[in-house]
Design a protein around this ligand. Structure first.
Ligand code: HEC
Ligand code: HEC
Ligand code: HEC
Length: 135
């Protein structure tokens, strides 16, 4: 682009292509950084991950009980992560072989669901509340 002396007045109001280019790069960089940060940070700490409900059905339906629904999010709000991980549960989906005889010995869910810290194991349907998957 030619800059004749006659353009002097105009130039004050128009942004030069170079500055426009720099601005564009800056915007791109900011968007890029924000995206990377949310992508890295959110899955580790997001509420959505913590609001997750987990279903345990390794044994339940085989023994004619409804699958167990575990409200991971609500539990994480009431209790610190460290109270469960890895003191009671390994932090891995399917990593804990939970069953009722272990629960009644005060392991896994039974550690808290003893009628004092939380409602007792006798309230079967409060845990076994999942959708039946078999006919
Ligand atoms: C605090 C939650 C909780 C309560 C309350 C509870 N259960 Fe369970 N139960 C579980 C979990 C977790 C499993 C393992 C689920 C799986 O992976 O199949 C399970 C598994 C079972 C199984 C599968 C076989 C076995 O030996 O574990 C049976 C049967 C069962 N429960 C019956 C009952 C009955 C009957 C009651 C009420 C007297 C009850 N449960 C109350 C959490 C609970
Ligand atoms: C009341 C106990 C409890 C608390 C508190 C708790 N968790 Fe968990 N967490 C569990 C159980 C149970 C599982 C499922 C393990 C299984 O499937 O065998 C689990 C699984 C997980 C997993 C594995 C998920 C996957 O897909 O493999 C992660 C990650 C996790 N928890 C992180 C956390 C974090 C972070 C906190 C605190 C904000 C937390 N938990 C608090 C009980 C708890
Ligand atoms: C660290 C203690 C702790 C452990 C371990 C624990 N719970 Fe709980 N749970 C609680 C407390 C506290 C409550 C709220 C008080 C109540 O409802 O009695 C609760 C409530 C619940 C509720 C009602 C919904 C809600 O979240 O308020 C369900 C369902 C439940 N627990 C299932 C389970 C199952 C299934 C397990 C095992 C996989 C488990 N819990 C292990 C402490 C625990």
């Amino acid at each position: 682009m030619k800059r004749g002396r006659g353009d002097a007045g105009k130039r004050r109001n128009t942004v030069s292509p170079f500055r426009r280019f720099v601005k564009m790069i800056m915007r791109f960089l900011i968007a890029f950084i924000v995206t990377i940060f949310t992508a890295l940070y959110l899955p580790l700490n997001s509420v959505s991950a913590l609001e997750e409900k987990m279903v345990f059905n390794r044994y339940a339906e085989k023994y004619d009980m409804k699958p167990v629904v575990f409200t991971h999010g609500l539990h994480s709000k009431r209790n610190k992560c460290e109270e469960c991980h890895d003191a009671i549960f390994v932090k891995k989906k399917g990593g804990n072989d939970i069953n009722m005889s272990k629960n009644s010995k005060g392991l896994y869910c039974g550690k808290c669901h003893d009628g004092k810290t939380a409602y007792p194991l006798l309230k079967c349907e409060r845990c076994h509340s999942g959708e039946t998957t078999k006919k």
